[in-house]
Design a binder for this molecule. Structure first.
Ligand code: AMP
Ligand code: ZN
Length: 496
């Protein structure tokens, strides 16, 4: 099938036709978590959104190199303290112990949400030489200057040359200056308040430090993503993603650094997810308007009446487009739970539908095919998961009516029914990455698919009166404690 994939580019503020640099290949970089405390639900929303994008790109045939970093140095708090060092101070751990602890926790949460691991997961601390080299290149090209052992990016020079600083976030220089918060302590070293540190000299008490030509210090936060995206995806690559709170200063500064180090463009398409809200307000720990993933799963929070499973939460996230804010409320989760169950039930119903040997395809057949085409069209339109789901639910109501006899299966060709089973399965499990939580742990839909294949092979064998093959299948399944049940609606399977 031809796909005219369009995606919204935050730089041009338009939906653009997606044309990768190299036919059939996509390079995608997504800013990963800062591992100084437990990953929160907002982070999960962003990573689940990019997981679906990654899955869909692969599903439509691209070979994707997906790079998602781990930030374990350089990301400062408003008061200038490194987030990792704050974590270490509070927990009385080595910074690397903090990073390890929360990286493990992050991976576990991604597994719970069934997000695929990226192709490469580089750590900032594992790429200090690359970052030092980038600072050297920026200095060599005249886009940076050293002051007292720290190195700053010369923002005015960049604006003079390119006129583009602020393009991504839509801010002018004055606004950028007003918002520029980084490294407050050393403002006086900067030539211009909008300049930002790319290398910072470490104060005596700062434990995360590396030798460099300028001082013992550490890289600026923005630098890691420029250095690691260039290293693994090249000086120009296809997609760069992150939450929209990262547009400024992080992504603006990345663009400036890429240009400053090699006059390179970096990413061609910038994609930003919108924020997760709780009861209409920004999630915030300080005013109690927050809920952690484990609290949500078990229902241990004043914000929910009960627990919601990880797949219900994933489904809930997909019901909103990644560029819209997503408001988490108890009512919305209850509705999502019903929707998710309906979807899972429809899949089982669909598996039990058998084609009518004497079918003569009518308007219903055409309608089903056009709904299925619509499923792809909605996803091709900037990964519009809510509209894709709406099409899928139109299919769900047809599936239920076919089962109940309100719609005639005799008007659906065997090919269309087979396509319906395939499309339904692909979108629910492969693209949306949902899991059937009723099935055994570890079943990601593959088992259902394999069992359906075995049921089909057995039906073929029986059709040919090949009782040997049919018995062999039954016996082999028995030894795995799996059972086939032949009924009026066809054959189903279960565990003994
Ligand atoms: P951080 O660990 O703060 O660097 O964030 C990791 C990713 O999560 C970044 O892409 C952020 O933009 C994103 N993110 C942070 N807060 C939220 C939120 N409330 N909703 C959606 N994404 C978020
Ligand atoms: Zn980043």
């Amino acid at each position: 099938m031809e796909h005219n994939l369009k995606l919204y580019n935050s730089v041009t503020r338009e939906k653009e036709a997606f044309k990768p640099m190299q036919d059939g290949h996509v390079g995608m970089y997504v800013c990963g978590p800062t591992v100084y405390y437990d990953v929160h639900l907002g982070n999960c929303r962003t990573f689940v959104s990019f997981d679906v994008i990654y899955r869909y790109l692969q599903y439509i045939g691209y070979r994707v190199r997906y790079v998602r970093n781990i930030t374990d140095v350089g990301h400062l708090l408003d008061d200038g303290e490194d987030r990792m060092l704050k974590g270490a101070r509070l927990e009385q751990l080595e910074p690397m112990e903090v990073a390890q602890k929360y990286t493990v926790g992050f991976h576990e949460m991604m597994r719970i949400f069934n997000a695929l691991p990226p192709s490469i997961e580089p750590r900032a601390t594992g790429h200090i030489p690359e970052q030092i080299e980038m600072v050297q290149d920026i200095l060599k090209n005249g886009y940076g200057y050293e002051a007292n052992g720290s190195v700053y990016f010369d923002t005015l020079k960049f604006i003079e040359k390119t006129g583009i600083y602020g393009g991504l976030s839509g801010r002018n220089v004055e606004e950028l200056v007003a918002e520029s918060r980084d490294n407050l302590k050393n403002q006086s070293e900067k030539r211009h308040p909008a300049d930002f540190a790319i290398w910072m000299k470490a104060s005596p008490e700062h434990i995360m430090r590396w030798r460099s030509p300028w001082s013992e210090g550490f890289p600026g936060w923005h630098l890691e993503c420029s250095a690691m995206s260039t290293k693994y995806l090249g000086p120009e690559f296809d997609i760069h993603g992150g939450g929209n709170d990262l547009k400024f200063p992080h992504h603006e500064n990345e663009i400036a650094q890429n240009y400053g180090s090699c006059q390179c463009k970096g990413a061609r398409y910038w994609m930003h997810t919108n924020m997760l809200l709780l009861n209409g307000k920004k999630m915030s720990k300080s005013d109690g308007n927050t809920i952690s993933p484990p609290e949500l799963f078990v229902g241990d929070s004043e914000h929910v009446s009960k627990g919601y499973s990880p797949m219900v939460v994933r489904f809930f996230m997909l019901q909103t487009h990644y560029r819209s804010t997503l408001d988490l409320t108890d009512e919305a989760l209850q509705a999502a739970e019903k929707g998710f169950r309906r979807l899972m039930d429809a899949d089982k119903t669909l598996q039990s539908l058998q084609p009518d040997a004497a079918a003569s395809p009518g308007p219903l057949d055409a309608e089903l095919n056009s709904l299925m085409d619509g499923v792809y069209e909605e996803m091709d339109d900037d990964f519009n998961t809510p509209k894709t789901l709406a099409r899928i639910f139109e299919l769900v109501s047809r599936i239920n009516s076919l089962k109940g006899g309100q719609l005639p299966i005799s008007e659906v060709s065997a090919d269309t029914l087979a396509r319906l089973k395939q499309v339904f399965h692909d979108f629910v499990y492969v693209v949306f990455g949902l899991l059937d939580e009723d099935a055994t742990e570890g079943n990601d839909g593959t088992l259902d698919g394999l069992m359906q294949l075995i049921i089909d092979i057995r039906a073929d064998a029986r059709g040919r009166k090949d009782w040997g093959t049919s018995d062999k299948i039954r016996d082999a399944l028995k030894s795995l404690r799996l059972q086939l049940k032949d009924g009026k609606e066809g054959t189903s399977w279960g565990r003994e």
